[in-house]
Design a protein around this ligand. Structure first.
Ligand code: AMP
Length: 423
């Protein structure tokens, strides 16, 4: 199906590894996970993202449930997290929530490299903080996540979108500029001029981009509070050694952003080069029925992260492989494999009754260092033969079937490190 992909091994392993790396960073920042449903009432997104956004206008998967309720597959997760936090009483005036989420999002976009209809995001939301330090820390977290995923040479773009005090004035100025140049705008921008003039700034058409170079700058229209906030964010990021470029055309696709907006672009992604982005959304919690508290967050696209990060370590191979050479050896092999797994070894258990030759071929193919063979002689002796696949030699190691797995796994690993401890 166009834009809907299976994630097959070893790609699925890479997903898993990158998610684990990112979760370690999120833990260190003291975030906790939230899981929200994949489907929400359609109106949640219309109310939060804005009616005149690309997502709400043409990209949502919305369908009627049997009882007439309109449901939407979530196109992003901020609205869901805010809804859930309000309903669950997680955030309030004196209660800060630091939440992260991970999972599939759905947008009916035109699929291309790095743009899918079902894609995965990992993101964070801080609810209940209005200060610039919260923005700077969230940006720092984003950069640390990208670094943990192995991304290099990324570029952080930063802007301020103003707020309800100063943005309307800017919007009017931008609209006037657009009207004066209407004939030169692309067809989409002519519509944007009517519905959402701010989006004129992030048109990808070359002619519109050239025109917008001379458009009024939001920075010059910021009210005092927004200017101070932006200056503070810049100062804190600079002090933290985080490099950024102020991009006055960065407006982001969703209406709920105020003040800080940011995006990270990464090499090797082609036209869809944003790997993550986010910003501040102070009015959103109240708009969805919660307390008048601020919020700030980001989302990273996992597919693009993987595309840009390239290899992030070895693909998983089992460490050991237990091979029952006869049907009679199956039970002992199962027992031994479980003991080793209990000791943390990634252990494969092979089909019983293969010839030694074909069993060895399998072990080779699996890439294991050690094969533990159990045949009639081993059952008799009550111990497995440890074959070192690299050295093509057997170790006279006592591997009983009912031994404690920790000792056994450690002894086998020690063989690999060249410290053979014999029986
Ligand atoms: P957004 O929610 O639009 O701010 O997107 C945050 C991140 O999600 C982007 O920087 C991308 O990395 C990723 N993303 C957004 N839309 C798609 C898509 N259609 N396919 C793949 N990744 C996407």
């Amino acid at each position: 199906m166009r834009g809907f992909h299976d994630v097959l091994p070893p790609q699925s392993e890479r997903f898993h590894r990158i998610e684990r790396n990112l979760c370690t960073v999120l833990d260190s920042y003291n975030y906790v996970e939230i899981r929200t449903p994949i489907a929400e009432r359609a109106e949640l997104f219309a109310r939060s993202l804005g009616e005149a956004t690309d997502i709400v206008e043409k990209e949502m998967y919305t369908f009627e449930d049997r009882d007439g309720t309109m449901l939407t597959l979530r196109p992003e997760c901020t609205a869901s997290v805010v809804r859930a936090a309000i309903e669950g009483g997680l955030a309030g005036r004196d209660r800060v929530a630091k939440l992260y989420y991970l999972g599939p999002m759905f947008r009916r976009e035109r699929p291309q490299k790095g743009r899918l209809r079902q894609f995965h995001q990992i993101g964070v939301e801080v609810l209940g903080r209005e200060d610039a330090l919260a923005d700077a820390e969230v940006v720092a977290l984003l950069m640390d996540c990208l670094a943990a995923a192995g991304l290099r040479d990324v570029k952080l773009l930063l802007n301020s979108l103003g707020d309800a005090t100063c943005r309307p004035g800017y919007r009017t100025a931008l609209e006037a500029f657009g009207r004066a140049h209407e004939a030169e705008l692309c067809e989409t921008c002519k519509l944007r001029l009517e519905r959402n003039p701010l989006r004129l700034l992030d048109c990808k058409e070359e002619s519109c981009r050239a025109l917008m170079v001379d458009a009024p700058r939001l920075r010059e229209h910021l009210c005092d509070e927004c200017r101070t906030h932006f200056n503070d964010v810049e100062r804190l990021l600079t002090a933290a050694g985080i490099e950024f470029t102020v991009d006055p055309t960065l407006v982001r696709g969703l209406d709920y952003y105020v003040r800080t907006a940011f995006e990270v672009i990464a090499p090797g992604l082609g036209a869809q080069n944003a790997v993550g982005g986010g910003g501040r959304y102070d009015g959103l919690v109240a708009a969805l029925g919660g307390a008048p508290i601020g919020g700030v967050g980001f989302a990273i696209g996992l597919e693009r992260l993987l595309m840009s990060a390239g290899s992030t370590g070895e693909d998983a191979t089992p460490e050991m492989c237990v091979i029952p050479l006869t049907e009679a050896a199956a039970a002992s092999a199962l027992q031994l494999a479980r003991a080793l797994r209990g000791a943390g070894a990634r252990c494969e258990l092979e089909t019983a009754g293969r010839s030694v030759k074909s069993a060895m071929r399998r072990a080779d193919k699996l890439g294991v260092r050690f094969a533990l063979l159990i045949g009639d002689a081993e059952i008799e002796a009550g111990r497995a033969t440890v074959r070192d696949m690299q050295r093509q030699a057997d170790h006279p190691l006592a591997i009983g079937f009912d031994v404690d797995g920790l000792t056994t796994a450690a002894a086998i690993r020690a063989l690999g490190e060249g410290e053979a401890r014999g029986c």
